[in-house]
Write a protein that binds this ligand. Sequence first.
Ligand code: ZN
Length: 137
Amino acid sequence: VTGDELMARALATAARAYAPYSGLRVGAAVLTAGGAVHAGANVENASYGSSLCAERAAVAAMVAADPADREIRAVAIAVADPAAGPCFPCGACRQVLHEFGCRDVLVRRDGAVARHALVALLPHPFGPHDLPPETGG
Ligand code: ZN
């Protein structure tokens, strides 16, 4: 799966987002170490704080699909509006992506795919290894 293919999957999913409040329709697609692709779209809610980002929706789909293939190589994030600028993951999503070892974050910039290392977007992350061994590390 190339970066362009992963981005195409994110873009196709963005078109199906549920975003009646912000109008910002976002799609995300994660590529796992096993080569699987799982996509998600943002799901907004009348109770705004109950809204879910596309990235975390994609991660939830990955988790539900295969417990043996949960290491993320890359995530692509796309906004349905072709005039939109690059859409980077919010802080909460950066944290969730880190949990599953995500390496690269792909965003659209001027019609092309731009690749960023997650560690550059979330320096000094808190992760499973920061917990005591008996709880998660
Ligand atoms: Zn988010």
